[in-house]
Structures are given as C-alpha cells and as structure tokens.
Design a binder for this molecule. Structure first.
Ligand code: HSE
Length: 444
C-alpha cells in the first residue's frame, strides 16, 4: 500500500522530533501501521531552518496553505499552536478532506466543539494524543483502554513547568519568584510563562480529559482556574510537616449534581505515588468504577516524547484512512450525538458547589481567644475541623514575635460555605494578613 502522505505545519521542537522518530523507527512503524508514513511536505515561516531539519527529500514551503491545497497530502499535522491562524488552518484542512493531528490543547479546549463537528461532517479524523500530557498515552487510555468504565474522577499533574517550580520550592525551600527565574534560565518556562503558572495550560488539558471521561462537550469557559503564583514557601513546608505535598492538579470529578472541572494547587498525601512525581514530569490518575484507580506517568513535553504521541495518532490514521468513519473511535470517546444531552444532565458545577477539604493558614495576633473565635465561625458555617496546629510565634515572626500562624485542616465542605466563613474570619481584627486557603485532595 502507498505510504500515507503527511504535511507538517510547523517544524519546531515537536515537528523535528516527529520527523526524526519517523525516520529512525520507520520499519517498525510500517510493520505496525500496515503502510509507510511519509512526511511529504513541511510548512514553516523559517524555511532555511526547516530545510536543515528535513534535508532535500522533503518539500519545504513558507505558506501552510500550500500544504493544505496539495491533493497528495492525506494528513495535516498542526504544530503551530494558539487559537489564531492554527484554528483557520485546521478548519481549512478539514474542509479540504484531510485528517488532522494536532498538539494544540488550547485550540481544542476552546473550539473543540466546532472543530470536531466539522471533522465529523466531513468524515475525517482529528487526533490529539499530543495535546494532553505529551508522551503519556492518556487519550488512548481514557478513550479506549478504560471504555468499559464509568469514570469517576481524573486528577493529573499535567503541566511540567509548574511541577518543576513546585519541586524546586520544596527541595530548596525557595519562594515562587526565585524558582520561576531559575526555570526560565534553564529553558523550562517560556519567557512569557503566564499560561503555565496561572494554570491555563493545565485547564486546557483537563477540559479535554473531562469531556472524554464523562461524554460531555468541551467547556473550557466553565473550568475554575487558579495557578501557583500566590503559593508561599511556608505553605509547602507546613504541608510537608502534615504529611502532604502541594501539586498543581487538574481535577475533574463526577458527582450527583454534575461535573467538577478545576485546576488549582492541592495538598495531596505524600504517600500517594502521584505526590512523588517531581521535576517536569507529568502523571495522571484515573478512577473507573470497574478498574479502580490507575496511574499514568511520563514526560509531558519535549521533542521526542511529544512526537511519540503525534506518531501514534498518525499510525491510527494510517490504519483507518479510507475506511468508513463509523469505524473510528469518536473524537471525544462517546458518540457525538450523545454529548449535548449528557452535558445537560452533567453540568459543570460552579466552584461554590464543589465539595472538598481545605488547608488554611491564618496569620493571627498571638493572644488569648483568637483560636476560639475562628473555630466558632467555622462551626457556625457547618465546617468540621480535622486538625489544628499553632506554630511557635518565635518560629514564625522571629524572637519576641507577637504573631503566629494557625494551620487548620478541615473535613469536606462546600466551597460556597467556606467562602462565607473565610470572609467572616478575615474580618476579625486579630487576623493580620490575607488568609491562605489551599484545597486538599485525598485521591483515594
Ligand atoms: N508548557 C507545557 C508544560 C508543555 O509545561 O507542561 C506542554 O504542554
């Protein structure tokens, strides 16, 4: 059979990894796919650099639309990123009857409904294994391997930059700003790392996993997103003393009332495997009613790890090219006509309706009755306390300090009730600085 013809849009880090791995492993990949996979054309604004990567055998152009217009191309691999030109090109490629492989989580999390519908109408595949957790085959696992299950929840460390920063903060006892600069110097964090550190990148990824896990439309606009910029070294230290680690988690959970969809720093028990995922690595935990809890670990970014995911999609497409579209796995795992209704039955919950437990750090004047007032306000809001620790004032504020930190762990409570209680506690004259609140997940 003729090799499937691939056009790459963008040949930066992931594109060159894709080219190199396809070259290196071409024989094994051909034996698996049943036909060759050939990069026939590459579009990149920097044609000189592109030619250095692919040599003379591959046609290099500066205009992506030349790739889309080429009738010989069967699959377009979009590695440009972002919502702008990438969206237009993906939709044009679909309209031209090409299958699309993309690593673009931002595009799919925000415009997935439109893109998947366009692909279904045209009978082509949009594949996106590389969009979530890089080289970890989590889309394959959720869509196919766990297809027997009613998925209960998914929780993942799905942003390597922030996990590197949190690991360094814990290891070296440093504050966020210092480690961010180090991450930028080492090339882990972008010059503009906003999407990483504010949790947006993780929210794009968990939005996609939520849709696949529960058979609901992609709804990035309903995700709760909180990054790591306000985390203090002190919280990481206190968490550790209590037997927890702080990780930026993307969480999506099925509840009786709907689906939780949220990204925020979370305390997780240090004894969980996922708590020990360090540096820029990613990991995703999935709980299904039949299988129980499963864990997937690996590199969430980088040239060849991400290429590994891109090529897995290319192999799937090579096997299915020309087949009746009904044979392909639905883009979001569930038959598309069932998504909207499921989205109504399982709405994404407002953060006020999310139920979780909390770590609170409250800087207080070290005087009689302070703790009693705070615990009374929590009790009035129906919030049950799991543990209270009061630090030595000297340890917190130095010799002779009149301030101290109260650390309170609560049992599960509605976020809306916690908001109300915290507003009242914050208003006490003996509470000296803004209260730190970090959600806690037992993941059991
Ligand atoms: N910026 C992402 C991360 C890379 O830090 O994990 C791939 O999505």
């Amino acid at each position: 059979m003729k090799p499937i013809q691939v056009g790459l849009l963008g040949i930066g880090t992931v594109g060159s990894g894709t080219f190199n791995v396809l070259q290196r492993n071409q024989e094994e990949i051909r034996r698996r796919a049943g036909r060759g996979i050939e990069i026939a054309m590459v579009a990149d604004l920097d044609t000189t650099r592109a030619k250095q990567v692919v040599g003379d055998a591959v046609k290099v152009v500066g205009d992506a639309r030349e790739v889309i217009a080429n009738p010989e191309i069967d699959v377009v691999v979009e590695l440009i990123g972002g919502y702008g030109i990438a969206k237009a090109l993906v939709l044009e490629a679909i309209a031209a009857g090409k299958h699309v492989v993309t690593a673009n989580k931002a595009l799919l999390a925000v415009h997935g409904t439109e893109i998947f519908k366009a692909a279904a109408d045209k009978g082509v595949i949009v594949a996106y294994e590389a969009a979530v957790a890089g080289g970890i085959p989590i889309i394959k696992a959720l869509r196919e391997g766990l297809t027997a299950n009613s998925i209960q929840w998914v929780a993942g460390i799905i942003n390597g930059t922030t996990n590197f920063i949190l690991s360094e903060m814990r290891d070296k006892g440093l504050d966020f700003d210092v480690v961010l600069k180090e991450a930028q110097r080492l090339g882990y964090a972008e010059a503009d790392p906003t999407f990483d550190i504010e949790g947006v990148d993780a929210a794009h990824k968990v939005t996609l996993m939520s849709a696949i896990a529960f058979g609901i439309p992609v709804q990035f606009d309903k995700a709760y997103v909180e990054g790591i910029t306000k985390l203090a070294g002190a919280d990481i230290k206190y968490a550790e003393q209590l037997g927890y680690r702080i990780k930026l988690l993307g969480i999506t959970k099925r509840t009786d009332k709907g689906v939780e969809l949220r990204v925020h720093p979370s305390l997780i028990p240090a004894k969980r495997l996922i708590a020990n995922v360090e540096g820029a690595m990613n990991a995703v935990v999935v709980n299904g009613d039949a299988v129980g809890t499963t864990l997937y670990y690996g590199k969430g970014a980088g040239s060849e790890p991400t290429a590994s995911a891109v090529i897995a999609d290319l192999v799937d497409i090579a096997r299915l090219h020309g087949a009746d579209p009904a044979y392909s796995v639905p883009a979001l795992a569930f038959q598309s006509h069932t998504l909207a209704a499921a989205g109504h039955e399982l709405p994404v919950l407002a953060m006020a309706d999310v139920v979780t437990s909390y770590y609170l750090r409250i800087r207080v004047a070290d005087e009689a009755g302070v703790l009693a007032k705070i615990t009374t306000l929590l009790a009035n809001a129906g919030i049950s306390i799991d543990a209270v620790i009061q630090r030595e004032a000297d340890e917190v504020g130095g010799e002779g300090s009149t301030q101290t930190d109260l650390i309170i762990l609560t049992h599960d409570t509605r976020e809306g009730d916690m908001d109300k209680a915290l507003a009242e506690i914050q208003a006490l004259s003996t509470v000296l600085t803004p209260i730190t609140r970090i959600r806690k997940e037992e993941l059991n």
